[in-house]
Design a protein around this ligand. Structure first.
Ligand code: URA
Length: 270
């Protein structure tokens, strides 16, 4: 016996974080595979095949391009835009690659990379990170240290990206599997941008970036990781609170100012 769900019911279940088995999509309806795409293992929910003989292994139902570590900036943008590595691809409006000055085919030349958590509703609609209230606060904080997302003079440009490039439904927390699937994109963004400083804003950015270098990072309160300079791919990393948290905890803004001053110092350090 099979449970028949219409698309609205499926969307509701997914929005609640309930994983559903999808009927097999006829091959003709599947999007064309990017030239560099190859199936990879994933923990994301899989669609159920209608016939056992055609049953697809989980690894064949969701796809993330291979070779991310050697992609150019435009290749990386295209790979993110077409990514189907986890179930978030079914609920997103669009991917959110990041924003910085000089959009184009080469990585923007920036000293600063700001890393947040994941797109929210507005970001999903507009395709740009931090465009809501938290984004306004982030823009003001950046301005205080002479930076802006577009680098309009006299401000210098900063690149802003998230750990996840797709919105988790209902703005729920990213799952470990989603972070694991998406992190290679951020890794490549860092390698191509070669920032001089990374500001990790909030728990998910901190955990994603420092999991290799801070063994018990998941158990550490964010406050304990502030105030010192960490490293990610050789780049200094400063930990700070997420702007959305600061909107609810205004007294912590002073601490974020201290974090930005530490980032300025780390940037100037030999
Ligand atoms: N919160 C984030 O972490 N990133 C965004 O882009 C928006 C809100």
């Amino acid at each position: 016996m099979s449970l028949e769900l219409d698309s609205r019911q499926r969307a509701m279940l997914e929005a609640m974080g309930v994983q559903v088995w999808w009927p097999e999509t006829p091959p003709a309806e599947l999007p064309a595979e990017p030239a560099h795409a190859a199936p990879v293992a994933t923990a994301a929910p899989v669609r159920q095949a209608t016939e056992p003989a055609r049953a697809a292994a989980p690894t064949q139902r969701t796809e993330r391009p291979t070779g991310i570590a050697s992609m150019s900036w435009p290749q990386l943008q295209a790979a993110v835009a077409g990514c189907e590595a986890c179930a978030l691809c079914r609920t997103r409006t669009q991917t959110v690659f990041g924003v910085g000055p000089q959009p184009g085919d080469t990585p923007p030349q920036v000293d600063w990379l700001i890393v947040g958590e994941a797109p929210g509703e507005n970001e999903d609609l507009q395709g740009e990170p931090f465009v809501g209230q938290a984004g306004k606060l982030l823009d003001n904080m950046l301005k205080a240290v002479g930076l802006s997302r577009h680098g309009n003079a006299p401000l210098k440009g900063a690149f802003i990206a998230n750990v996840l490039k797709c919105r988790p439904p209902g703005n729920r927390n990213p799952s470990p599997e989603e972070v694991a699937q998406c992190l290679p994109y951020l890794q490549r963004q860092v390698a191509l941008l070669q920032p001089k400083i990374i500001v990790a804003a909030g728990r998910f950015a901190v955990q994603a970036l420092l999991q290799e270098t801070v063994p018990d990072v998941h158990a550490q309160p964010l406050g304990k990781l502030r105030g010192r300079v960490h490293r990610y791919q050789g780049v200094p990393v400063v930990v700070t609170y997420h702007p959305a948290y600061l909107l609810r905890a205004l007294p912590e803004k002073a601490k974020t100012w201290a974090d930005l001053c530490l980032a300025l110092e780390a940037l100037d350090a030999p």
